[in-house]
Design a protein around this ligand. Structure first.
Ligand SMILES: [Zn+2]
Length: 471
């Protein structure tokens, strides 16, 4: 009878072979790696289509060193910390593709409950760079609070939408070894020259001048419209109860295209905030123009929020290779509310996650934390149920846009890694990838979907280091 998982010796051989592949001159078998952490008796959802589920995972240094049976990992992990997951799920560390770390941290310090839904004032209608209101020491404390909060929720990487003064705080945290979450930091689009020049000057370090795998730059965030809640999302038809108010557009297409064009020509990534259908249409038009003008390149344009889309625009994301960076937490709560606010001005239902995925688009999940709650579990629940959090027995809102838990996990892991050009080193659990993962307290892939909301994180590991431990 054949065992489903390899025996310990087979696994050891496999690991040794994989370690040897990088060194062709090795004639003797590569040494068996000394594991520092072994997670056993788990359902490890690897995100790797070649090997989607394994029972155990081993870490050496900052990398995944072994995957296989619990016996195999135990045999390698004689001097390691052993985490018995007791049948629960282990996932690649969550990648939150849209946060405002400093805002979130300052709010956490001001209000220890911190999780309250706050008004989204996530745009700069006038000045792209608000003057810093905090001292460096206050920013450092806020950042530390935000990092600890994320680690508790299994988040191991974020895409931070912020300012140049935020970058100073992030740089200090990296240099002093205080980062426990990896950060891909975007700065405002109008400052593209400054970013280009800072990279050329080697200010961020790293082989390509864009930093290391703890803190990276290269993205610019532009703002096309506002938010539905403030009546500033740019729609195709007037808001209900208004004769001609179709929301706020901060750029005309020529001015926007010119900035995107310049940033793209400088080989920087552009992420445009677009909520309303008119704003999304304009952003896609700008991207289309720039792609035609500047030619093929691995540019990974993004649209942040992509909340209301014209039906004809949905397939353009995949056609133009534009990443939809969406925030699924609370779809079941805010979706119906937003629909009521935009009324017939909404040409498509908000948050068309499945429609986008079905056309082949990359959808990366995040939260807009700082202005919305941080937890990825809420996002997974929102994406798979589209039900209110507190009324989970209710029927789903727009059920045809629900997605499977595997697709939701993909959007929260590998898609985020792709959106920051880091899919070669993280976002899934395979040998040689960064050891970033979260141990949950339930079997996420087999519980009834409403129970997804009950999951919590037991241990978070970032770069082979336990950064949160609730055991
Ligand atoms: Zn935001």
């Amino acid at each position: 009878m054949r065992a489903a998982l390899p025996s310990p010796t087979e696994s050891i051989a496999l690991v040794a072979a994989l370690f040897a592949t990088g060194c062709a001159e090795l004639s003797s078998p590569a040494p068996i790696p000394t594991l520092s952490i072994g997670v056993v008796d788990a359902n490890v959802w690897t995100g790797d289509p070649e090997r989607p589920l394994v029972e155990a995972i081993g870490v050496a240094g900052d990398r995944v060193a072994a995957l296989g049976s619990s016996d195999a990992i135990r045999a390698l992990a004689t001097d390691a910390i052993i985490i018995d997951a007791d049948g629960a799920t282990v996932v690649p560390g969550f990648i939150d593709a849209h946060v405002h770390l400093l805002d979130a941290g300052h709010r956490l310090l001001a209000d220890s409950t911190g999780d309250a839904l706050l008004l989204d004032d996530d745009f700069w209608p006038v000045a792209p760079e608000p003057p810093p209101a905090y001292t460096p020491a206050e920013d450092d404390a806020a950042l530390d609070a935000a990092l600890a909060y994320l680690a508790e929720r299994g988040v191991t990487s974020v895409h931070h939408m912020g300012s140049w003064s935020d970058l100073e705080a992030l740089g200090r945290a990296r240099d002093s070894g205080r980062l426990t979450v990896r950060v891909y930091a975007a700065v405002p689009l109008p400052t593209w020259r400054r970013l280009r020049d800072a990279i050329a000057d080697g200010r961020f370090g790293g082989d390509d001048g864009r930093g290391d795998n703890w803190l990276r730059v290269g993205a610019l965030k532009g703002v096309v419209d506002g938010t539905v809640e403030t009546g500033t999302a740019a729609l195709d038809r007037p808001y209900p109860d208004s004769a001609d108010d179709r929301g706020l557009m901060l750029y005309d297409v020529d001015r926007l295209s010119a900035q995107v064009d310049a940033a793209d020509a400088a080989e920087l990534q552009v992420a445009l905030h677009a909520v309303g259908s008119r704003a999304n249409h304009l952003a896609l038009n700008a991207y289309e123009r720039v792609i035609a003008a500047n030619g093929p390149r691995d540019r990974r344009f993004r649209i942040e929020h992509a909340q209301h889309l014209r039906p004809d625009d949905i397939a353009r994301f995949a056609a133009l290779d534009v990443i939809a960076s969406m925030q699924p937490a609370g779809i079941g709560d805010t979706g119906p509310r937003l629909e009521a606010m935009v009324g017939s001005a909404a040409l498509a239902e908000p948050f068309p996650v499945r429609s986008l995925l079905d056309t082949g688009a990359v959808v990366a999940f995040g939260t807009n934390w700082g202005f919305a709650p941080a937890g990825p579990i809420l996002g997974l629940y929102g994406a798979v149920t589209r039900r209110p959090l507190e009324a989970f027995y209710r029927s789903s809102w727009t059920p045809s846009e629900r997605i499977t838990i595997a697709r939701a996990l993909n959007a929260y892991t590998i898609a985020g890694a792709y959106a920051s050009f880091e899919d070669r080193i993280k976002g899934r659990l395979a040998i040689g990838q960064l050891a970033d993962f979260a141990v949950l307290d339930l079997a996420l892939l087999s519980v009834p979907l409403p129970d997804v909301r009950l999951a919590s994180v037991v241990v978070t590991v970032t770069g082979g280091r336990i950064v949160y431990d609730a055991r």
